[in-house]
Design a protein around this ligand. Structure first.
Ligand code: NDP
Length: 267
């Protein structure tokens, strides 16, 4: 049996097992997907081999460490510097990043995006930055603290921490890519008064967390069109699943998308 898991801390909230197992069960594949709480990210490689995995998803806060432990990194993950999908090829671990394409797939219907504010500066923020810049969007980032902003210095974009951010600009899209709201639904990713000023001058708000967070509730109250991270999860999962089962089954992207969406909405 092929075994897959998702590594993260926290990880109990993850719906990845639901969507991946839905494909394994529907198509009768000898494969299972579970969750693994990993507190010390430096143990990722050891744990991956110990569990004898064929592949894994990686979530908060280990995506940058995952990038470092791969024997080879392919596609946009190289530019992003963060990996959310690991696949075994012989003795090697190959790393991919399916987050950005999953995110872009999930907002395909949003019109005329030119300027984006990203709140948060972790691995997912880096993925989104690369994806947005490749689409020629103008990007600004605001993060709680300064340190992680250093990972964005090579991008030539405006970087702020909470102490030097002034919410004076118009943004077509504001994305919460911080983990504020992940565990405590009331947490906002930035001070409420600042967020109100940001939303006063914006059109769309997306939270990559897959529920209606306080961030999204406030945006909706203020008349923005909102989207949570559930379809991003499904779309990135579709891309990961295609990589996971590539050698055992040829199932089309559309078939996987339909089944994963159904499974996600059931739970
Ligand atoms: P990282 O741990 O790499 O980064 C976390 C970021 O959140 C940092 O910038 C950190 O700021 C900030 N942060 C954490 N807590 C707070 C807080 N209370 N207030 C303000 N900022 C905070 O995480 P990832 O980039 O991997 O993931 C970020 C979020 O995206 C997670 O919630 C994850 O679940 C979600 N996600 C969803 C996906 C989906 O498919 N829907 C896919 C990928 C991610 P600082 O630098 O100051 O610590």
């Amino acid at each position: 049996m092929k075994l897959f898991t998702i590594f993260g801390d926290p990880v109990s909230h993850s719906k990845s097992p639901i969507i991946h197992n839905s494909i394994f069960l529907k198509y009768n594949l000898n494969a299972r997907f579970n969750r693994t709480l990993l507190i010390d990210g430096y143990k990722l490689k050891e744990k991956y081999h110990e569990l004898n995995l064929s592949g894994a998803s990686v979530t908060v806060p280990h995506k940058e460490i995952a990038f470092k432990i791969c024997d080879e990194v392919r596609g946009s993950a190289k530019e992003i510097g963060a990996v959310n999908c690991l696949v075994s090829e012989g003795d090697k671990i190959i790393g991919y990043n399916t987050d950005i394409d999953g995110f872009l797939d999930s907002i395909e219907d949003f019109k005329n995006i030119k300027k984006v504010l990203i709140i948060g500066a972790g691995g997912t923020a880096r993925a989104l930055t690369v994806g947005f810049l490749n689409k020629n969007y103008e990007v600004e980032i605001v993060n709680r603290s300064r340190e992680r902003l250093n990972n964005f210095k090579n991008f030539n974009i405006k970087l702020y921490d909470w102490s030097d951010f002034q919410p004076n600009n118009y943004y077509d899209l504001v994305v919460n890519v911080s983990s504020a709201g992940l565990q405590n639904n009331d947490d906002l990713p930035i001070n409420r008064e600042i967020l109100i000023k940001i939303f006063n001058n914006a059109k769309y708000a997306v939270d990559v967390i897959y529920k209606k967070t306080a961030f999204l509730k406030l945006a909706e109250e203020m008349g923005l069109e909102i989207r949570d991270g559930s379809m991003m999860l499904v779309y990135q999962g579709v891309r990961a699943n295609l990589l996971f089962i590539n050698d055992i089954q040829k199932i089309s992207r559309d078939e996987i998308l339909i089944e994963m969406t159904r499974a996600y909405n059931l739970k």
